[in-house]
Design a protein around this ligand. Structure first.
Ligand code: BEZ
Ligand code: FE
Length: 269
């Protein structure tokens, strides 16, 4: 439910009190205050306010708060800055990239089910986007587009889906600007653990925005935006059988990853 103006006024008053308390506890000086304001101004000018919230782990914390109390259904995750709302509905065999895309071929498969009954959700559609094997999204390499490593995949009548792609790289978030400088100052790296972004839509269900991560990735425990959740980490299994590769219409050797998803009843919004 939307908050009232009075409630927002109270939140802002609390924020001010919190900031004054913070300044007092750290005995901040005017010079330090002016320096902090200068940094925030620079972040704004560089259009990095969202990125700042991401690396301060605020985005994932607020995503958690937004979905607090959910005891069922696949865990949510942040959307990040690379979602494009016009991802095309793909045709079988569902591929996010060409057969020859550089990288380790990957087949992701699973089932979309109702979080309470476990019944398949026949009308669900997955909306997918990811980075390449050299760590770029389409927006960063428009010459590789259109529709590079992104697209929508419908499930079959039994709620099952399968799509072909490549294992995404762990990539560094933009680090040339003020947020990158802050990370360096804090002795932090800029890597995101490799992941595939997934939204799932189905009539009569809450839409889900999440990401899947891959076991054994070196950045799982120190993801720069702190967004890795254990329940969203899937195993990669290597397959070297040429016949299986032919069956799956991918290069050999290839990897498979299981990805079952459950949705909560509700409205699409
Ligand atoms: C991403 O997942 O693509 C992302 C999320 C937060 C900041 C930067 C990138
Ligand atoms: Fe991402």
């Amino acid at each position: 439910m939307a908050r009232t103006t009075e409630e927002y006024q109270e939140i802002i008053r609390d924020l001010v009190d919190t900031l004054v308390d913070f300044a007092t506890r750290h005995d901040l000086t005017t010079d330090e205050y002016i320096q902090a304001l200068g940094f925030l101004t620079e972040v704004g000018r560089a259009d990095e306010m969202i990125l700042l919230g991401d690396v301060m782990y605020l985005s994932i914390a607020i995503d958690e708060l937004t979905h607090r109390g959910r005891t069922r259904g696949t865990a949510t995750n942040v959307e990040g800055p690379f979602y494009l709302p016009d991802n095309p509905l793909l045709e079988p065999p569902y591929r996010l990239c060409s057969f020859d895309e550089p990288g380790r071929p990957l087949v992701v498969s699973g089932r979309v089910t109702d979080a309470e009954s476990g019944e398949p959700i026949a009308g669900a559609v997955l909306d997918l986007w990811q980075a390449s094997a050299d760590g770029f999204y389409e927006q960063q390499k428009p010459e590789r587009g259109p529709n590079y490593l992104r697209g929508k995949v419908p499930v079959d009548p039994d709620g099952r889906f399968m799509f072909r792609t490549i294992v995404p790289a762990s990539y560094e978030i933009p680090k040339e600007g003020p947020v990158g400088r802050l990370l360096e100052y804090l002795g932090r790296h800029a890597f995101r653990a490799n992941h595939v972004h997934i939204k799932v839509f189905a009539e009569g269900y809450e839409s889900l925005t999440t990401q899947i991560f891959f076991a054994d990735n070196e950045w799982l425990r120190s993801d720069v935006v702190g967004a890795v959740k254990d329940d969203l980490v899937v195993e990669l299994a290597e397959e070297t059988d040429e016949v299986r590769a032919k069956e799956f219409e991918v290069r050999s050797p290839f990897f498979t990853a299981p990805c079952d998803i459950s949705l909560r009843k509700g409205s699409l919004a």
